[in-house]
Every structure is written in structure tokens, then in C-alpha cells.
Write a protein of this length. Sequence first.
Length: 124
Amino acid sequence: LVVVVSLAYDVPSAIEWAVIGAVVYFLALFVPHLVYPEGMGFGDVKLALVMGLYLGWLATDRLSSVYLVVVSLMLGCVLGVVFGVAVRLVTRRDGAFPFGPALAAATVVVVVFSEPLVRNYLGV
């Protein structure tokens, strides 16, 4: 779909940016999964691949592709901590909780604000 839309809008370089975003987000979660598989499920890693593909496609160059992924990942970590603390306080239970919803919420925020984020990154 990314390829078709990028070619239809005559922006073939967006395919490269999308792949860069996907690889960066995938690796950012795949490495922790390899180190401690019980701590990071592979579902989160697969989700990161798709979200990175979309974030990269929204970028305007290679570096802004990485920038959007890093912002999304950082925001996802912050939201994950907030969600995790809230779940622990409300349910009074220990154990694992899903990280995917925090990553997805962060990606939605970055998608909504991608244009101002990229402009800020470029200093425009």
C-alpha cells in the first residue's frame, strides 16, 4: 500500500523513508526482545514494524523518518510508564502489562502532530 500510494503521488523516495522508519522502530524493540524475551513480547516488535513504516512514510527525508520514530518511541515509553503505574495502583496486581497500546497511542499522537514535529526538527 505504501508503494502504491507513494508512486501514485509521485513521491518514490517516500518508500525509502518508510522502510527506514520500519527498520529503526523494529530494531529498537527487537533488540530488547532478544535480550529479555519475557519482558518484551514479539507482538510489540511486529506492531513497531508497521508503525515505523507509517511514520517513515509521513517523513520528508531520511533523518526526519528516524526523528519521528524516536519521538514516538520516547512518548510510548513515557505513556507505558504512566499506564503501568496506573494499572498497578488501580488493580493492585503485579506482573506484565501490554506495551503495545502505549506505543500505538504515541504513534497516533506523532501522526497527528507529524507536520509541526518535522518543521521543528528542520528548524523552519
